[in-house]
Design a protein around this ligand. Sequence first.
Ligand code: HEC
Ligand code: HEC
Length: 325
Amino acid sequence: MITPRFKPSLLLVLLAACSDEDATTMSAPLLAAAGSAAQPTLSELVARGEYLARNVGGCADCHTPRDAMGAPIESQYLAGAECFVRLDNGGCLHTSNLTNHESGLLNRTDAELERMLVDGVRPTPAGDELLYPVMASYVLHNMRGEDIDAIIAYLRTVPGVAHDVPPRAPEFVPSGPATPLDVNAIPQPMAGYAEREAALRGRYLAAEAGACIICHTPRDLQSAEVLDYSRFFTGNERFDVGLPEESVARNITSDTLTGIGDFSADDIVNVLKRGTDPNGVGICPPMLGLFAGLTDGDALDIAHYIKSLAPLPGLAEDSCVFPPI
Ligand code: HEC
Ligand code: HEC
């Protein structure tokens, strides 16, 4: 089956997580939420786009190649990772070069970028190609227009890196388009949840602009919906991260038996920003460090949304312990 090819060195992943954390203090302030009359300046737009691409949308994580030890290669930031997903027969899916080089996005118009991002379509001289839904355009489809504009403005500032990404294996040519995630199907905070406003802000970050819903929902990349609408946030996606055990995405609904009903909002913030669970046990890749650069406010909003999810049974196992004993 299809296994994402993360081979992080334990030490380097840990270091990367720490340096990400240092970066939080410098990271871009959030722009005023929708409703503010002032138009953001270009530099505010770019800062917001960088924040989303590095810390919320996972763009940098998937689109930056890694060295043999699994650490991101900063000189090839966003230049496309070859064989990001490898089939048993050796066939590969690569992530695209998003930098300002001919081999990347330099000659793409803003309109083309937007179609790739939110419609999952890659325009080519021979016609449109569908992107394989590991690229979650079906989720990003629901991102707010101003955030899409911010990401595009930011991508325009990324230094060009020459890297011709090879064609994907035929197995990764989708047979049909992925259906955009139905925004009304994304779970709402449970009735009576005290921090409802925060949870609603977190819902946007976790399920419309961000990646929590993708990894933490059972997924079938061959189906049009991709995500199992009856089991949002119940986990079960498996990741080969180069550790003795596979890392299995947890049920993060408030089910107390199989989920994380006994976590407080601060416990969830600690998972995101510091990579430790309430028992002080380290969280495994690919989650480790991915969200260390979230602002404290965004991390808390996401935590309230996760806390507010109605309990659903899922997998009880927590197979992966980091560092491994
Ligand atoms: C889980 C990994 C993953 C994440 C997260 C991700 N991408 Fe992708 N992206 C891919 C893959 C894989 C492809 C190539 C799909 C294909 O060729 O069928 C791709 C393709 C693209 C393309 C098409 C470019 C081209 O010319 O082929 C764009 C644009 C893009 N991604 C932008 C983004 C942005 C911006 C983000 C963050 C909001 C992002 N991606 C997040 C995996 C990812
Ligand atoms: C790239 C895939 C991926 C993404 C994106 C992701 N997770 Fe996870 N998450 C995992 C995996 C895998 C585990 C299990 C790690 C382990 O066993 O140590 C996990 C574990 C967790 C845990 C449980 C920790 C524990 O001790 O049981 C929480 C809480 C969590 N994730 C919340 C989130 C939130 C909130 C988001 C979005 C901001 C998110 N995750 C995004 C893959 C992901």
